[in-house]
Design a protein around this ligand. Structure first.
Ligand SMILES: [Zn+2]
Ligand SMILES: [Zn+2]
Length: 338
């Protein structure tokens, strides 16, 4: 099969992903083999490709917003049959036995596997996945519009929940990429006012189109105090600005898996019971709940398509804020039948 393979991390400008033939994955007894139609492009993929996340498997095929069709099932598989549409997200498996799994916090599992990082992902024509972690997808979404729901959507949803935001309150977003453009639709559905700070004018315009009350530059202070804020951009210098914008008792949630160092925090930024917390992975329950909400609203994903073979170009565009909404790789049209 054709795949985009990372042999060793390097800056995206050097095109570190190689489009080449690799063997189809083996399918375990509790796994399904999925023929990939579309794979979403996530900032985490960029962190993997550029080595900001330490390599856990090498070579590796990135990609963890996978939409495709079940091609074959292992002997112990009961939830899916060949021909069914299915989605695969970042959390690929857990041990189900550690203290975190046993307390409903499988997102923090000590022995989790991650799609496109510790195991091969969806920048490929086929991938194998554990059936208990595979999602059935709502019918109202075509493949390319369903793909960004699987990480951008789910992580944005978990970030909203962990921010503690309530209907009628004011919420800040810092950065306005794939996750934020979906999370704002959930926030508006919950009657939350959204204030967006982001460096790129195209992203500010998209935020206003999607119902933001105000949009300003990265470190611009919103015109009102915020009940909570979510930092989507991987830039630590934003954290003091986000804390400064909070009302008493407010929370800043950090949505990314990687962030540049934060500057020293003066205590007055944390005083008045401000909460600063990260968001790490997601549970399957987050995923199921988000997909249901996404179908109810219904969320509209804005996507830019790239051929699978041009994954480097898609990631470069993501790095340079040049994607409006979410980037997706069209896998079906490229290298099919090989
Ligand atoms: Zn565990
Ligand atoms: Zn992701």
């Amino acid at each position: 099969m054709k795949a985009c393979v990372l042999d060793s991390p390097a800056p995206i400008e050097t095109s570190p992903l190689r489009f080449r033939d690799v063997p189809r994955p083996e399918t375990g007894v509790d796994q399904v083999l999925i023929r990939v139609n579309v794979c979403g492009v996530c900032r985490t993929d960029l962190h993997v490709v550029e080595g900001e996340l330490p390599p856990r498997k090498s070579p590796v095929i990135p990609g963890h917003q996978v939409v495709g069709v079940i091609e074959a099932v292992g002997a112990a598989v009961s939830r899916f049959k060949p021909g069914a549409r299915a989605g695969v997200a970042w959390l690929q498996s857990t041990d189900r036995t550690c203290e975190y799994c046993r307390s409903g916090r499988e997102n923090l599992c000590d022995n989790a596997a991650f799609t496109g990082y510790t195991v091969d992902g969806g920048y490929a024509e086929y991938l194998a996945a554990h059936e208990q972690f595979v999602y059935a997808l709502p019918e109202g979404f075509g493949d390319e519009h369903a793909a960004p729901l699987l990480c951008a959507g789910i992580i944005g949803f978990r970030s909203l929940r962990l921010s503690g935001i309530q209907p009628g309150q004011r919420l800040g977003f810092y950065g306005f990429g794939a996750a934020a453009h979906l999370a704002i639709q959930v926030a508006r559905h919950w009657n939350v006012e959204v204030y967006v700070s982001t460096r790129d004018e195209r992203h500010r315009n998209l935020a206003l189109e999607l119902g933001a009350r105000w949009a300003g530059g990265t470190l611009d202070q919103p015109p009102v105090g915020l009940d909570a804020a979510i930092v989507f951009a991987p830039a630590g210098e934003i954290v003091p600005a986000a804390l400064k914008a909070l009302k008493k008792g407010g929370t800043v949630a950090l949505a990314g898996i990687h962030m540049s160092p934060t500057p020293p925090l003066e205590y007055n930024l944390l005083y008045y019971e401000h909460v600063l917390r990260s968001v790490a992975n997601n549970t399957r329950e987050d995923g199921e709940q988000f997909l249901q909400v996404a179908a109810e609203i219904p969320i509209r994903t804005q996507v830019e398509r790239f051929p699978l073979a041009e994954a480097n170009r898609a990631l470069d565009a993501l790095k340079n804020d040049a994607i409006r909404g979410a980037a997706v790789l069209d896998v079906r049209g490229h290298g099919a039948g090989s």
